[in-house]
Design a protein around this ligand. Structure first.
Ligand SMILES: [Ca+2]
Ligand SMILES: [Ca+2]
Ligand SMILES: [Ca+2]
Length: 243
């Protein structure tokens, strides 16, 4: 019973944290501290406070989430994934970082503060990504970009171990176009050539309640439990950064 209750309270804390983050992000996007007015009933997205517009072919926004305050200036920041962006290589994918506060109206992601490019053909970088809270408890929120390395179309024989790129937030902002492999603080690679590691990444809030946020990385084609049984990895945050 004790274990069950503990798990329940942790789950409630996790839900509370996620709700608070999403609400604060929504309020800042709306540019109002008093509260955004989201209409009841059916209405057009054309009435949104901000529209972030992708670049041709990238399919920006395949996955959305709260990013956190990456530069510690008190404003929530925005990450947008474009999983089939081909600027670096066909379907290498990319992630845009836009630091808040956002002005209203349209934001062209081609003008984002930073664009992080997948490394290889078919990396599908940022098919999944997550703001993961403060992994090292330094006051700056951190984020992770997944690049599952799914088999590119018509190229099923390519290795696809997948990876999760960890970025620690800092006062100095990310800027310009960068390669994920060079810009990330750490790259976590799948165990085998076909694991699709990083297809999903997420915050685990603080699983072990040590004050450091923790991280979840999936590998749905991992075969440690039998053929493509899949696996999920938990990584505990700490003052010693992943590298
Ligand atoms: Ca910020
Ligand atoms: Ca941090
Ligand atoms: Ca922890």
């Amino acid at each position: 019973m004790t274990i069950s209750a503990s798990r329940g309270s942790r789950r409630l804390r996790a839900l509370g944290w996620a709700t608070a983050v999403l609400l604060s992000a929504a309020l800042l996007v709306a540019g109002s501290s008093a509260g955004a007015e989201i209409p009841f009933g059916v209405s057009s997205l054309v009435g949104a406070d901000v529209k972030l517009v992708g670049e041709p072919g990238g399919q920006a926004g395949f996955h959305v989430a709260a990013a956190g305050d990456l530069d510690g200036d008190g404003f929530q920041d925005v990450i947008v994934g474009a999983w089939v962006d081909s600027a670096a290589a066909p379907s290498a994918g990319a992630a845009y970082v836009v630091y808040g506060p956002l002005s209203g109206g349209q934001v062209n992601l081609g003008d984002a503060d930073a664009k992080l490019l997948g490394e290889l053909t078919g990396d599908f970088a940022a098919e999944g990504w997550a703001g993961v809270g403060d992994l090292d408890a330094d006051g700056y929120d951190d984020f992770v970009i997944g690049a599952p390395g799914r088999f590119p179309p018509n190229q099923p024989g390519l290795p696809a171990p997948g990876a999760a790129y960890v970025f620690y937030g800092r006062e100095q902002r990310l800027s310009g176009t960068m390669n994920l492999g060079e810009a990330a603080d750490a790259k976590l690679v799948g165990e085998s050539a076909v694991d699709f590691a990083g297809l999903a990444v997420a915050s685990a809030t603080d699983l072990d309640h040590d004050g450091f946020a923790d991280l979840v990385v999936s590998a749905p084609r991992d075969s440690g439990g039998g053929s493509v049984a899949g696996a999920v990895y938990l990584l505990y945050g700490g003052a010693d950064r992943l590298s």
